[in-house]
Write a protein that binds this ligand. Sequence first.
Ligand SMILES: Cc1ncc(COP(=O)(O)O)c(C=O)c1O
Length: 463
Amino acid sequence: MTHIHLPDDTPATQVAVNPGVAIDEWLTVPVDRIPEHGIPGAAAYQIVHDEAMLDGNARLNLATFVTTWMDDHADRLYAQAYDKNMIDKDEYPATAAIEARCTRMMARLWNAPGDTVGVSTIGSSEACMMGGLAFLKRWKAARKAAGKSTDSPNFVMSSSVQVVWERFCRYWDIELRAADITLAQPVLTPESMLALVDENTIGVVGILGVTYTGGYEPIADLAAALDDLQERTGLDVPLHVDGASGGMIAPFLQPELVWDFRLTRVHSINTSGHKYGLIYPGLGWVVWRAKEYLPDEMIFNVSYLGSEMPTLGLNFSRPAAQVLLQYYAFIRLGWHGYRTVQGVCQRVARHLSSAIGAMAEFELLSDGSDTPVFAWRLADDFDRGWTLPMLSDRLRYYGWQVPAYPMPAAIADVEVMRIVVRNGLGLDLADKLIADLRASVADLDEVDATPSTTPAPRRAYHH
Ligand SMILES: Cc1ncc(COP(=O)(O)O)c(C=O)c1O
């Protein structure tokens, strides 16, 4: 087989003097149509590379939960596997076996009682949707079997859920019943949950690592309240734990916290391999406590080693490299290695939050003691004219990307800033960040900080 190669030998710096080619063609590339003719690979590379330089520095992006650093071995593995498609189980049986192995490791990490079922996904969003779909289908089957209507399903969670749950409810025509959080009560509680649950509730979502603040919802209390509800009324409402970030923190840093399959009410759990699973973007996991909780109709068979292998997911093709990386990270770090990495992140988060919490301008909403994520707002008595979006902009001048955004629904008038501490942000960088934050505050104090009549634009930062 021959691959078609276009000439690749013209260095980008020489293209403008290449005779016979119109200068304009070398100086601009179209942005709204595929150009009629190609250009040398070196030039195309340089153009794309140069434009991508305008993105922020990923390591200084303290907004993202997603892994921005892996070691050299991982980088090598990644480069060797970028061409593999996860759905081709028959063609890549070793990768398929490694996926199954990782799923079992996840299930065991979350104290699954026995034979479980789970799968890798493109991220937590897909994993959450799979968990939600299993709830919807099981609820419908039970209602139909009881001769009852399936017209009005609802899903109960707090208003601080990540946008994937809103998306799921909208896409599948489910009523999202959100319990409003407040500053005093920033999580779903048994009371706020029970006030919303009824016979049309397909399930409840508890969040282990709220996106806005990094804090844990009280999963064991929610589970106990649902157990009690079943005893009193017969209503059997399952619980899904959205452990997008906390699912890979709690087992290592708070192993005594009971939030996982040790609670029989917990039917399914998701996490993002690409967050505290420590893998580059493009990997999530969902696990059910036992096979019976995953409806058969969600499973599709693909061919595998001459027979069939069950698969499930919203996507068909997707990269397999991240799954190999997850296995690499598991065996490279082991349980103690993960504990060390997460523990260091937490120490750095606590160091940062205590410095920021000590500044008179700010008040902490969380301090990084659940997941290594914390958020703060302006103190009630702050009256110096500048806002957190302005501070966020100012920090960008120093290279840092720290988002400012409004809290959800009932407290949307409260603006906060949040830092996600990831592997790679050490104490020395953290100290630099604290110094730059103080300098930014001084900068803002120095300029005319009289509040303008037009309020600062609201950030379109999405959770
Ligand atoms: C609690 C929670 N759930 C779900 C998601 C979506 O995860 P992903 O980006 O892996 O799709 C996030 C992302 O931040 C999250 O924090």
